[in-house]
Design a protein around this ligand. Structure first.
Ligand SMILES: Cc1cc2nc3c(=O)[nH]c(=O)nc-3n(C[C@H](O)[C@H](O)[C@H](O)COP(=O)(O)OP(=O)(O)OC[C@H]3O[C@@H](n4cnc5c(N)ncnc54)[C@H](O)[C@@H]3O)c2cc1C
Length: 344
């Protein structure tokens, strides 16, 4: 899917071959927020965005104070307009690769290959990179499940719990996390069923906890979903029987969208939680192990929701601006000393 928001940079008069202060890859909440901070800091910033935020299948963004319920693509449309209003550029497209340039005394430290929506490819040069490409939810391979994702197949009670409150909620176990998820969703409904599917057998203590809160447990693998009139109505077991549900919670492992970092020697690594792959970074600043390259949002922190991804973008934007100021100060001092030496 691509969006139809913008197909050309906002400032076409600018030299497309110029060296950007900052290239932001990914224009979800994190990338746009970093770009807004940098544009307001009078930095020449370009956001390249493929237009598919992680929550795109959902009808609305929840839990974002003052923006509760806004459609995901409306949020990014507004964010793009705010970045542009401060002189930042937005381009619809994909960055396929990035590499560090040899230090030849020039301003550019990175080159990135971008492919615009019309299929054209070109290289952009930048002093710094902010990678805000989000993550991918690796959904269980159950027929029909991916089509319901973000609608009545959900993962996060804080994103969707209110919308499915008091409904018959199934929880699909694929890991030990499902015990926690079942107890969590019980906060939103008194009708919760845990489908053990491929998850571990609950311990006697866990079974007691589930029973104590009235959570039903169904053994055996799940083979499919029942959908009537475009609504989830049941979970179909491999045994052939169907258990009625209105919504199904899954705990999908996640994987950072880190392909663009490969050429810089950065790869996603296993998160200590065991819940997926993430790009290691300094949690305070988003800095990666490669100087000049930062991550913001879900690509570097799988826990972040929209508002916290936006917040991380602000911090990363400020950290990048500080780094550029340090470089510019060092250059100014060197130039001044050189000038003073020449006068002498
Ligand atoms: C179904 C669902 C519903 C959710 N509902 C909520 C909710 O109600 N409230 C909430 O707070 N959170 C919700 N979340 C979580 C939310 O989606 C994330 O926290 C948020 O999107 C993270 O923002 P981000 O900017 O890091 O990444 P994203 O929003 O995923 O943005 C990343 C952007 O980068 C682009 N991109 C990726 N690779 C490239 C590339 N190589 N070149 C150019 N662009 C690229 C993508 O197309 C995308 O536009 C939900 C998640 C899901 C799965």
């Amino acid at each position: 899917m691509t969006n139809d928001q913008n197909t050309a940079p906002t400032h076409p008069h600018r030299d497309p071959d110029r060296v950007l202060d900052v290239l932001v890859v990914g224009g979800g909440a994190a990338g746009l927020s970093a770009a807004l901070t940098l544009a307001r800091a009078r930095r020449d910033v370009l956001v390249v965005d493929a237009g598919e935020p992680r929550n795109a299948p959902a009808a609305g963004v929840h839990g974002f104070l003052t923006r509760d319920g806004i459609p995901p693509l409306e949020l990014t449309r507004l964010g793009r307009a705010e970045v542009e209003s401060y002189g930042g550029d937005i381009l619809s497209g994909t960055v396929s690769a990035a590499r560090a340039l040899p230090d030849d005394g020039g301003a550019a430290r990175f080159a990135a290959t971008l492919i615009t929506d019309d299929g054209r490819s070109r290289e952009v040069l930048a002093r710094r990179l902010v990678i805000a490409t989000g993550l991918t939810d690796e959904l269980p391979a159950i027929p029909g499940l991916a089509e319901r994702w973000g609608r009545d197949v959900v993962h996060c009670p804080y994103c969707h719990g209110w919308e499915i409150r008091d409904q018959a909620i199934g929880v699909l176990a694929t890991s030990a996390m499902a015990m926690h998820q079942a107890q969590l969703f019980r906060q939103w409904s008194g009708n919760v069923t845990l489908f053990l599917h491929s998850g571990p057998e609950p311990t006697p203590e866990q079974l007691e906890e589930l029973a104590a809160r009235g959570i039903a447990v169904v053994s055996g693998p799940v083979a499919g979903l029942r959908v009537d009139d475009d609504r989830l109505t049941g979970v179909v077991l491999a045994s052939g029987s169907t258990v009625p549900v209105d919504a199904l919670a899954v705990g999908a492992p996640v994987k950072s969208n880190a392909d663009v970092l490969a050429g810089l020697g950065i790869t996603a690594e296993a998160h200590p939680s065991g819940f997926g792959l993430t790009v290691p970074n300094d949690p305070a600043t988003g800095a990666t192990a490669v100087p000049g390259v930062w991550v913001a949002g879900n690509v570097g922190d799988m826990k972040m929701q929209v508002v916290t991804a936006a917040a991380s973008g602000v911090w990363v934007g400020a950290a990048v601006n500080a780094d550029l100021i340090a470089e510019e100060t060092a250059a100014a001092v060197a130039a001044r000393r050189h000038g003073l030496a020449e006068v002498r």
